[in-house]
Design a protein around this ligand. Structure first.
Ligand SMILES: Cc1ncc(COP(=O)(O)O)c(C=O)c1O
Length: 335
């Protein structure tokens, strides 16, 4: 039983079969029909002109940043975005850009603050070249469309492009009860992960205008991400889009079910204001190493981050697994 992340999901039988049978070519020559099909499918789903298959969500975000900016530019981000906290300082390292961080209000910007953070036309200052968004947010929240729209409108007024880290955009669409296009419309480029709740083994797709994707294709090569007969893995991505989007809601229902059970345990406090998708965050009053104790019972969870535990539902866990997890936590806490 593995509740560490939705990245741990294994490919389905249909994915494995599609991988075996995939038509392939050299994707650096743009000759791989399966990659082209996946890129077009994703672009169409998100209402954008073109797509680019890349190895990971991290790669996709960084390729987008490199494509939108020049060295010495500045990008506006929320302090708790994946790009800031979990991408190894790559914007500075790979694109030579400055991060201008805004305070996160449960994953939302304060638009008045963003107004202040956008640089003026002063030769001493870096150029504000990009504003980033993230939806669903890694804190478990689906960010309301109105919050995205406000940032988008401000960016439009200043002629600044917007990149959306949509690693879990399909989860966000389920939670917001809207089409993914309605989320993607508030960004010029969007990165979508296939290897999280959608269960493909590898890969993300970056989408945007034709012109943007052509530039990004060059930057993917700069970053060493020009892959060859990669239709073998794109084939699993196609199955992910065809088969796995509809079922994401099951993960959300299970997360909510677990949230209710675990919140009932004395000394455990679920962050209900962030329980929109497949992740449950909670803090604990008990002084116990829950991850180590659960490991003894063959249940995998991550240790706490910033004082919080995170339990993630995915297609590879069942309601029975969740019940066992709850029983195990009660046993460990002796409550
Ligand atoms: C919000 C968000 N963006 C980007 C990524 C990076 O994806 P990858 O692990 O494929 O690099 C993750 C990974 O968990 C994520 O949660």
């Amino acid at each position: 039983m593995d509740f560490r992340s939705d990245t741990v999901t294994k490919p389905t039988q249909r994915m494995r079969q599609a991988m075996v049978e995939a038509l392939v070519g050299d994707d650096v020559y743009q000759d791989d029909p399966t990659v082209i099909r996946l890129e077009n499918m994703m672009a169409q789903r998100l209402g954008k002109e073109a797509g680019l298959f890349v190895p990971s969500g991290h790669f996709s975000n960084q390729c987008a940043i490199m494509t939108h900016t020049r060295r010495g530019d500045e990008i506006i981000v929320l302090e708790d975005y994946h790009i800031v906290v979990h991408e190894c300082g790559a914007p500075g390292l790979l694109s030579g850009v400055n991060l201008r961080m805004a305070r996160s209000d449960l994953g939302e910007y304060d638009v008045e603050e963003v107004k202040r953070l956008i640089r003026g036309d002063d030769i001493h200052e870096p150029r504000t070249a990009l504003i980033c968004l993230e939806n669903a947010h890694g804190n478990g929240r689906a960010i309301p469309l109105i919050a995205m729209e406000e940032v988008w409108q401000l960016a439009q007024e200043h002629g600044i492009p917007v990149h959306l880290d949509g690693a879990r955009i399909f989860n966000a669409a389920v939670a917001l009860e809207c089409d993914v296009k309605e989320i993607a419309r508030y960004a010029d480029s969007v990165s979508v992960c296939l290897s999280k709740g959608l269960a493909a083994p590898i890969g993300s797709v970056l989408v945007g205008s034709k012109e943007f994707i052509e530039k990004a294709r060059r930057n993917r090569k700069v970053m060493g991400g020009g892959m060859r007969q990669v239709g073998v893995i794109a084939a699993a991505g196609i199955v992910a889009l065809e088969d796995m989007v509809e079922r994401l809601e099951e993960d959300h229902i299970l997360a909510n079910y677990f949230g209710i059970q675990v919140d009932d345990i004395e000394g455990i406090h679920v962050a209900w204001d962030r329980l929109d998708i497949n992740m449950v965050f909670f803090t604990m009053d008990h002084e116990v190493d829950l991850a180590a104790e659960l490991l003894e019972r063959d249940i995998l969870i991550n240790g706490p981050e910033f004082g919080e535990y995170r339990i993630v539902m995915s297609k590879d866990v069942t309601k029975q697994d969740v019940d066992r997890l709850v029983i195990a936590i009660k046993e460990i806490l002796a409550v």
